[in-house]
Design a binder for this molecule. Structure first.
Ligand SMILES: [Zn+2]
Ligand SMILES: [Zn+2]
Length: 345
């Protein structure tokens, strides 16, 4: 099969012919129809804690068609079915797997991160039976590939104390912030204030229902003043969707007393913040990672019903020939949201 292979920090992805994935007895093989490029992939390719060994194939946001079913499986799955999958294969037996949360399984193999399963910047990808979810009729391959990023934000919202009628502050309108705005709207947010430095992303945030979008490059003091001017008070629900050093301290600075900050941005660099500021406001700082199988199912249900329509998130579509250039471009782009690879296009 063809695949885009990571060959080391500072090198572009190379399109190569590699061995097809082997279908284990409890696996399925999908022909990849769409795969999103994630900020995590870009970041991991540039060095740091997340950087995988060379030879890794990225791609953990994908939809595909079943082309092979594991021989030990007594299952309804058949060749031709449309599927998405959590990008990981758990042991299937531990308490985490049993509760649909295989991310924390001690024997989990993660997909597209150099941790057991090759990713979906490829013609084919191997998935586990327990982690795979059927795409309902009426949900297309592109929306299928957006289920993973939507589930990331849904999980972040689920672990927060946000409830309908609350105001929310979203720091950053990249793909994570944009998906979160959609869930906040669906969950009955009163006002959603978003901070963002890019004009294009700010426009997208408004399109998805942000009530107020403020310039993310403002000093926290000025930001606080503008939020108070718009809403009367800074929201106690703050979602950090940037994942860069300094952002948590900025959140501390604008947060009101007893605020909750949920960090959804992924930052693998050393950060400095002064806990004292959090202490003096009794701030609750939480971190969110991944999702449950039920988050994928819920997301698919709402895509099917039309309650979620993430189409404007897709800002670019590429085939294999243009993937490597698009990947490099995204490392500097502040205008794109989701770029999708269609291996068969
Ligand atoms: Zn992702
Ligand atoms: Zn397990």
């Amino acid at each position: 099969m063809r695949a885009a292979v990571f060959s080391g920090v500072g090198r572009p992805l190379s399109i190569e012919t590699v061995a097809d994935p082997k279908c284990g007895p409890r696996d399925l093989i999908l022909a990849v129809r769409q795969c999103g490029i994630c900020g995590t992939d870009l970041h991991a390719s540039q060095g740091g804690l997340m950087t995988p060994p060379s030879g890794t194939i990225f791609g953990h946001e994908f939809s595909g068609e079943v082309v092979e079913v594991g021989r030990d499986l007594k299952t309804d799955w058949k060749v031709g079915d449309a599927a998405v999958s959590l990008p990981m294969i758990g042991c299937g037996n531990c308490k985490f797997c049993a509760s649909g949360n295989p991310f924390f399984c001690g024997r989990v193999q993660k997909t597209g991160m150099g941790q057991g399963v090759q990713g979906a910047y490829a013609d084919l990808v191997r998935v586990g039976i327990n982690e795979t979810v059927r795409i309902p009729r009426g949900v297309d391959w592109e929306f299928g590939a957006l289920v993973e990023p939507l589930a990331v934000a849904l999980h972040g919202l689920n672990i927060s104390s946000f409830k309908a009628g609350d105001n929310a502050l979203v720091i950053g309108a990249g793909p994570v912030g944009i998906t979160l705005i959609q869930w906040l709207r669906l969950s009955g947010a009163r006002n959603i204030v978003v901070t963002e430095i890019s004009k294009e992303r700010a426009r997208l945030a408004e399109q998805f229902g942000a009530s107020t979008v403020l310039d993310g490059s403002l000093h926290p003091k000025e930001l606080e003043r503008q939020i108070v001017e718009a809403l009367g008070a800074v929201p106690t629900c703050i979602f950090e969707c940037v994942g860069a050093p300094g952002v948590i301290e900025d959140c501390f600075a604008v947060a009101p007393i007893h605020a909750e900050i949920v960090s959804l941005g992924v930052c693998d660099r050393t950060d400095h913040f002064r806990p004292f500021i959090g202490t003096m406001k009794e701030i609750n700082l939480k971190f969110a990672v991944a999702y449950l199988r039920s988050d994928f199912e819920h997301t698919l249900n709402l895509l099917e019903s039309g309650a979620l329509n993430p189409a404007p998130m897709i800002t670019q579509r590429v085939d294999f020939d243009h993937l490597s250039a698009a990947f490099e471009g995204l490392k500097v782009s502040k205008t794109d949201c989701k770029v999708l690879l269609c291996p068969g296009c």
